[in-house]
Design a protein around this ligand. Structure first.
Ligand SMILES: *Cc1c(COP(=O)(O)O)cnc(C)c1O
Length: 820
C-alpha cells in the first residue's frame, strides 16, 4: 500500500480529489501560478447568489454588512481583528503594492530624503514600484538576497537603538516577500523587530542614504499565504499585500491590503478621491473631505461585491475540506502537505543520475528542505543531459504538454532570483534581450546557457502520484536509463507527535524502473534506400485547413508568393474566435480534405460521417459572412476571413466532438502585426514562411536514432508527422540544413531557416494518437534544439518561365553556403 501524502490520509485525499475531477488525467503542478478552486465552491456561491438579493453596497446596508463581516473573516484567518488591522480590498497584490507606494509619506516636515528599499529577489510587481517614487524626493535602494539575510542577523544592540518613530524625520519603506515565488524560500518572519530597530541602517549608510528610526515594512505575502499560515498576532508588519486566487483559486481580480492601524497615518499622500471615498466633494470648487474610515478612503468606486461575497464561501469550504491535522489548523496542514510533496520531488531530483553517473538535474533552491520554516512547497530546477549540457525549459514544456503536466517555465516574473540562481549578469541579460530574448518566450538557451528554469509548485489537491507522474515523464521523455531513487514515504501523525510508518511497496518502485527500461530497449536498423545523385521533388502536399489532414498532389500545383494555392487557407475557429489547432484537438488530422478544381469545391471526409462539400471561392457566394479571427492564442496575428456557413460548421463540430466550431476561409487581406526586429522574426517563423521542405533521408536517419520499441511508424507515416509541403529524398541525411537557396524545376526558393517543432510532431497523423517520439529523439540529437525541416520562401520563376505551376518529380538544385 502506498500513501497519497505524508499528512492527509488516503480516505480524505479521495474526497479532496473528487473536488477536482475536472482535471481528468491532467497533472496540475503550477499552484504558485494560481490555486485551483474546488468544484463544490461554485455550487455554494451559485446557490447563495440565486437565493439572495445583493445590491450596490453604497445603496444597501445588508450587502455592506456582509462585506464588513468578510473583512473580519479575513483578519480572523490571519489571527487578528479590526482593533489591530484594517482590510482594504484591492484588485490583487500588485494593486495593493501600488496603493501603498502611491500613498506613502516619505518626507516629513524637514528637508531629509526618504528611502525606498527593495530586495533584488522581489517579484517584478515590486521592482516596478520604483517608478512610482521617481518624481519624489526619495532614495531608491536595492539589496541582495545574501546581504539582506546577513543584515537581519546583526543584533539590535549594535545599533544606536530605535525605540520610537520620530515624526519629524523622514520615513523608510522596505518591501520584501515573505516567500519567494521563484523557489519557495521563506524569508525570516521573526526579524521585523530587528528591522524596526535599524539592523539595515548600516546598509543604508553605505549607500549614503539618510538613516533614522522610521522603518516601515511592506510584506509581499502573495506567495506565502497561498500555502502557509500568517499569524499577525505574532508578527505585525505595517502593510501586507495578497491576492485571493492564489489561496483559493477563486475569485480572480480580488486582493487585499492589510494595514496596521497604528501605521495608517503614513498613508497620507494619496491625491485621488472617487465614489465612496469622500464625506463631501464639491464639483465646482476645489474642496473635498476624505472619509475617516481607512478602507473607505482607499476603496475607489464600487467594490467587486459579488466576488467579496464569494470569498466567504472560500474560507468556509477550505475549512470543511481540509482536515486540521497539523496544529489543529487548516493552513498549517496545507503547509506541511505541500512541503513534504516538494521535499519528495526535491530529493528525487537531487539524486537523479544518468546511467554514467552524471547528475541529471540542477536545483535552484536556497534551502535543502530540512526546515519547513524557511521553505515552502516549490521546487525550481533545470535538467541536464549525460554530457552535462542543459535541457532548455521550452523543451521541457513541450514534453510536459505532451504528458498533460502543467508547470511554469521561464523566470516567473522574478528576474532578480533568476539572475542570481542562473548566474546571469546584467550585461548578459541585456545582450540576451538584444539577441531577441524576451520574458516568457521560447528562447530557453543562449550559447548553451539557460535563460530560465522549471518551477513545480504544489497545492493541497496534489499527492505523491503527481510527483511520480512528473518523474516518469522526465525519464520517459528526456532520458533513457535514469537511476531513480524514491525516498521513503510515510504518514506523519501529528496528533501524538510520532511518525507512523507505512512502507511503500518496494515491488511497485522497481516495476516503474523496469517499464522504463523496456520502453527504451535498443532496437531498429536504418532502412536501405537507393542512392540517387539527382534530387527529385518526390511529393507535394498542401493542408487546405490549418491543422487538418494533408491533400497530396499527384501532378503539379499552382505556386505563389504566399504559398501553394489553397494551402492553409481555411481554419477552424472556436466560439471565442481563436483558431483551433491539433495541439488541442488531435482528431483534426483525421479530417481529410480533397480539392476538386474542376467543380471548384473542397470536400471533407471523416470516418463515420457523410462527406461534405463547400465551394472553393466564397466571394461569388452570398452565404458567406465576413469575420475576423485570431490565429494564435495570444491574438498576435489577426486574420480577416469569411465564415463558410452553418452546415459545414455543424459537420466539423460533430466530427471533432466540440460544440460551436466554425470554418473560416481566410481572405487575401492579412492584418499582421509588424515585427520590429529582424532577428526575432527569424526565430518565430513557424507560421509565416510559405513552404516547408522535409528531406526523407533525414527522416530515415532520425528513425534509426529512435530506440523506443513502442514507436512503430514506418518512414512514410513519420514523414507525414512533419507536415511538409515539399518532400525530397537525398543520398545524404541532414544536408538540407546547409542550403541557402534552391531551384526546383523552373522556380527559385530562398531558405528562411529551420522549422522549430513542438509536440504536434508527436501526433500520429493517421490515428491522432499521441506518442513521446519523435520529439524526444530530435531533442536528443540536436542538443535540445527542436528543429526539423527547412522553411522556404518563393523568389520567382527562372529562365523566363511563365507558368506558376510546380510539378512533382521536378529536379531540385540546391545551392549551399559554400557554393555561393
Ligand atoms: C503572484 C505574486 C505577485 C503578484 O500578484 P498579482 O496577483 O499578480 O498581483 C507578487 N508577488 C509575489 C511574491 C507573488 O507570488
Amino acid at each position: 500500500m502506498s500513501v497519497a501524502s505524508n499528512i492527509i490520509d488516503d480516505q480524505r485525499m479521495r474526497i479532496i480529489r473528487n473536488e477536482f475531477s475536472r482535471l481528468g488525467d491532467k497533472c496540475y503542478l503550477d499552484n504558485a501560478g494560481t490555486a485551483l478552486y474546488p468544484q463544490s465552491l461554485l455550487k455554494v456561491i451559485n446557490d447563495d447568489l440565486l437565493k439572495n438579493v445583493y445590491m450596490n453596497p453604497h445603496s444597501d446596508k445588508y450587502t455592506r454588512d456582509c462585506i464588513d463581516q468578510i473583512r473580519c473573516t479575513i483578519l480572523n484567518h490571519f489571527n487578528s481583528d479590526t482593533s489591530t488591522y484594517s482590510v482594504i480590498f484591492t484588485s490583487g497584490t500588485t494593486q495593493s503594492l501600488k496603493l501603498v507606494l502611491e500613498s506613502f509619506q516619505f518626507q516629513n516636515y524637514n528637508e531629509e530624503k526618504g528611502s525606498f528599499i527593495y530586495l533584488r529577489d522581489n517579484h517584478t510587481s515590486v521592482i516596478g514600484l520604483r517608478e512610482l517614487v521617481k518624481n519624489k524626493d526619495v532614495d531608491v535602494v536595492h539589496i541582495s538576497h545574501s546581504e539582506f539575510l546577513s543584515s537581519l542577523k546583526i543584533s539590535q544592540i549594535s545599533h544606536e537603538g530605535c525605540q520610537e518613530k520620530d515624526i519629524n524625520k523622514s520615513n523608510t519603506l522596505l518591501v520584501y516577500p515573505m516567500q519567494s515565488n521563484f523557489n519557495g524560500f521563506k524569508y525570516p518572519i521573526n526579524c521585523l523587530k530587528n528591522i524596526q530597530n535599524g539592523c539595515l541602517s548600516g546598509y543604508l549608510k553605505k549607500q549614503l542614504c539618510e538613516v533614522n528610526c522610521n522603518w516601515y515594512i511592506l510584506l509581499d505575502a502573495a506567495s506565502f499565504v497561498a500555502t502557509s499560515k500568517l499569524d499577525l498576532s505574532v508578527t505585525q508588519p505595517d502593510f501586507v499585500c495578497l491576492s485571493f486566487y492564489k489561496i483559493f483559486g477563486f475569485p480572480t481580480g480580488l486582493g487585499a491590503l492589510l494595514v496596521k492601524n497604528g501605521s495608517a497615518n503614513v498613508l497620507s499622500q494619496r491625491n485621488y478621491f472617487g465614489g465612496g471615498t469622500v464625506d463631501i466633494a464639491l464639483s465646482s470648487e476645489d474642496f473635498h473631505v476624505k472619509r475617516s474610515t481607512l478602507h473607505e478612503r482607499f476603496e475607489d468606486g464600487t467594490l467587486p461585491f459579488l466576488s467579496i461575497i464569494a470569498l466567504k464561501h472560500c474560507f468556509d469550504i477550505i475549512s470543511h475540506l481540509i482536515p486540521k491535522t497539523v496544529n489543529n489548523n487548516v493552513m498549517d496542514t496545507i503547509s506541511y502537505h505541500t512541503y513534504y510533496l516538494a521535499k519528495d520531488l526535491y530529493e528525487q531530483l537531487k539524486d537523479l543520475k544518468h546511467e554514467n553517473g552524471a547528475k541529471a538535474a540542477v536545483l535552484y533552491m536556497d534551502t535543502d528542505f530540512t526546515d519547513i520554516n524557511i521553505q515552502g512547497g516549490i521546487v525550481t530546477f533545470n535538467l541536464l543531459r549525460q554530457d552535462g549540457s542543459y535541457i532548455g525549459y521550452a523543451e521541457f514544456q513541450h514534453m510536459a504538454d505532451l504528458f498533460n503536466i502543467s508547470t511554469r517555465t521561464g523566470c516567473f516574473c522574478n528576474s532578480g532570483s533568476c539572475q542570481r540562481h542562473l548566474n546571469i549578469s546584467n550585461k548578459e541579460m541585456k545582450a540576451m534581450h538584444k539577441a531577441g530574448h524576451k520574458c516568457g518566450d521560447e528562447i530557453d538557451l543562449i550559447d548553451g546557457k539557460p535563460t530560465g528554469a522549471v518551477r513545480v509548485s504544489f497545492g493541497y489537491h496534489n499527492t505523491f502520484d503527481d510527483v511520480d507522474k512528473l518523474i516518469l515523464m522526465i525519464s520517459k521523455c528526456l532520458f533513457k536509463n535514469l537511476n531513480i531513487h524514491k525516498p521513503e514515504r510515510t504518514m506523519i501523525n501529528f496528533n501524538n507527535n510520532k511518525k507512523e510508518t507505512i512502507n511503500v511497496n518496494s515491488k511497485e518502485q522497481t516495476s516503474v524502473i523496469l517499464n522504463i527500461k523496456k520502453f527504451f530497449n535498443l532496437h531498429g536498423m536504418p532502412e536501405v534506400y537507393n542512392q540517387n545523385s539527382k534530387i527529385l521533388l518526390s511529393e507535394i502536399a498542401i493542408f487546405p485547413i490549418k491543422s487538418c489532414g494533408a491533400f497530396k498532389i499527384k501532378t503539379g500545383w499552382k505556386i505563389g508568393k504566399k504559398g501553394f494555392k489553397y494551402d492553409r487557407e481555411w481554419m477552424i475557429v472556436k466560439d471565442n474566435g481563436v483558431c483551433l489547432t491539433q495541439k488541442q484537438n488531435t482528431l483534426m488530422c483525421k479530417i481529410q480534405p480533397f480539392i476538386d478544381l474542376e467543380n471548384k469545391c473542397l470536400t471533407l471526409c471523416f470516418s463515420g460521417l457523410q462527406p461534405i462539400s463547400i465551394p472553393l471561392d466564397p466571394t461569388n457566394n452570398n452565404q458567406y459572412i465576413e469575420t475576423q479571427v485570431c490565429q494564435s492564442k495570444v491574438c498576435t496575428d489577426v486574420v480577416k476571413g469569411y465564415d463558410c456557413g452553418d452546415e459545414v460548421a455543424d459537420w466539423i463540430s460533430n466530427a471533432l466532438g466540440v460544440s460551436y466550431l466554425r470554418l473560416i476561409k481566410q481572405s487575401s487581406e492579412r492584418v499582421q502585426k509588424q515585427k520590429s526586429n529582424e532577428g526575432v522574426k527569424m526565430l518565430s517563423l513557424s507560421n509565416q514562411a510559405q513552404y516547408l521542405l522535409v528531406n526523407k533521408a533525414t527522416v530515415r536517419w532520425l528513425k534509426s536514432k529512435i530506440t523506443d520499441m513502442t514507436f512503430t511508424d514506418d518512414i512514410d507515416s513519420l514523414v507525414d508527422r512533419f507536415r511538409g509541403n515539399l518532400i525530397i529524398d537525398t543520398s545524404q541525411e541532414l544536408i538540407e540544413r546547409e542550403w541557402q537557396k534552391l531551384v526546383i524545376g523552373q522556380h527559385e526558393f530562398k531558405v528562411e531557416g529551420q522549422c522549430s517543432r513542438c509536440q504536434m510532431v508527436c501526433i500520429d497523423q493517421k490515428t491522432g494518437e499521441k506518442t513521446v517520439e519523435p520529439l524526444r529523439t530530435i531533442s536528443q540529437e540536436f542538443g535540445g534544439k527542436l528543429r526539423f525541416g527547412i522553411y522556404l520562401s518563393y523568389i520567382g520563376p527562372v529562365n523566363g518561365c511563365k507558368d506558376h505551376i510546380l510539378a512533382t518529380y521536378s529536379e531540385v538544385n540546391p545551392f549551399s553556403k559554400m557554393s555561393q
